[in-house]
Design a protein around this ligand. Structure first.
Ligand SMILES: C[S@@+](CC[C@H](N)C(=O)[O-])C[C@H]1O[C@@H](n2cnc3c(N)ncnc32)[C@H](O)[C@@H]1O
Length: 247
């Protein structure tokens, strides 16, 4: 079954790179991954998107594979990947038994994408898939925000962001802390009819992710406050967490 992923439709795919421009902190992430890998290592990115990370990784000689639930995002990736250096397929990493061929030296899940799995079961499916796709000494790296400031939100939040000279995005966000759900809407205003998509995330605290990982046969090896390997502290807005297989 393919991900219910109406959020990453054609319109969102068309502005995605303006939301997260190359250089956002892509360079630091690519540097970090490269530092942990042998030449030509085999890498799997879950939610590969438009190839923000995968393409520079492939350019460095790593063998990049990816899965994504959005045809529109994969189409953008294919547009950029003129030399077909990345192997990407349509699929849903929150469903059981994702088969990407296994034996990966590194599996990555960045930019809060873990939280698209909107139930505990879906998050467990995702982590079991990771475990099954990892090589014996492989590593799994997950990057996500720390939910603490969102978990205490009692009112909807509204913000606006610049996309380009002729387009802005209006964002709303509401949190249901009883379910650890965050419901965001994004409305693109670009002169055409405004288009709104809804995005639901199930956030999880780092220690909860560790527990779900343990239940899936993975254990935490290290945790950083970001791609520059800054210490992870109580005030860190996000974390980069590294897991290995429990054999
Ligand atoms: C925030 S974007 C990250 C894209 C890319 N990893 C990056 O860092 O730029 C999340 C991506 O995950 C994909 N995605 C969301 N849910 C998914 C699912 N259940 N299975 C596969 N891909 C999914 C989306 O289509 C989107 O491309």
């Amino acid at each position: 079954m393919i991900a219910q992923n109406a959020h990453y439709n054609e319109k969102m795919a068309s502005v995605y790179e303006q939301m997260y421009p190359i250089g956002f902190d892509t360079d630091a992430a690519v540097e970090y991954f490269s530092g942990m890998l042998k030449p030509e290592a085999k890498v799997l990115e879950l939610g590969i998107g438009t190839g923000r990370i995968a393409l520079p990784m492939a350019e460095r000689g790593f063998r990049l594979h990816g899965v994504d639930g959005s045809e529109a995002m994969l189409a953008k990736l294919a547009e950029h990947d003129t030399e077909s250096v990345v192997t990407a397929v349509l699929g849903d990493f929150t469903q059981p038994d994702l088969d990407m061929g296994g034996d990966f030296d590194l599996v990555t899940l960045v930019l809060n994408t873990f939280f698209v799995a909107v139930s505990r079961e879906a998050q467990l499916n995702c982590l079991r898939n990771v475990r099954d796709q990892l090589a014996e000494n492989g590593r799994f790296v997950l990057e996500a925000f720390d939910p603490s400031p969102y978990h205490v939100m009692t009112k909807p939040d509204f913000s606006m962001r610049y996309l380009n000279e002729t387009a802005i995005m209006l964002d709303t966000m509401m949190v249901d802390r009883s379910q650890q759900l965050m419901v965001a809407t994004h409305t693109i205003v670009d002169g055409g009819p405004p288009e709104t998509t809804q995005h639901v995330l199930r956030y999880a605290f780092p220690l909860e992710i560790d527990l779900l990982a343990e239940l899936s046969g993975l254990k935490l090896v290290e945790r950083w406050g970001g791609w520059h390997q800054q210490p992870y502290m109580a005030s860190s807005p996000r974390h980069v967490s590294v897991y290995e297989r429990v054999n």
